[in-house]
Design a protein around this ligand. Structure first.
Ligand SMILES: [Zn+2]
Length: 59
């Protein structure tokens, strides 16, 4: 059973919470969202993207 993916409509509406508000790319294998501008990674839990900047892991 694959991890629950966010709804496509949700993915289209999602933008990075940083001021540039760049679109996010969904990584199905990692089950996370990556910003196309700043490369921040946001986790997806049970199909719900975790968009809090505090939860972003810096690498
Ligand atoms: Zn960003």
């Amino acid at each position: 059973m694959p991890a629950t993916s966010p709804a496509p409509i949700l993915l289209e509406l999602l933008r990075c919470p940083e001021p540039h508000h760049a679109p996010l790319a969904y990584d199905r294998e990692a089950n996370c969202l990556t910003c196309s501008e700043c490369d921040k990674v946001f986790r997806v839990e049970d199909g719900i993207p975790v968009m809090l900047l505090d939860s972003v892991k810096e690498e």
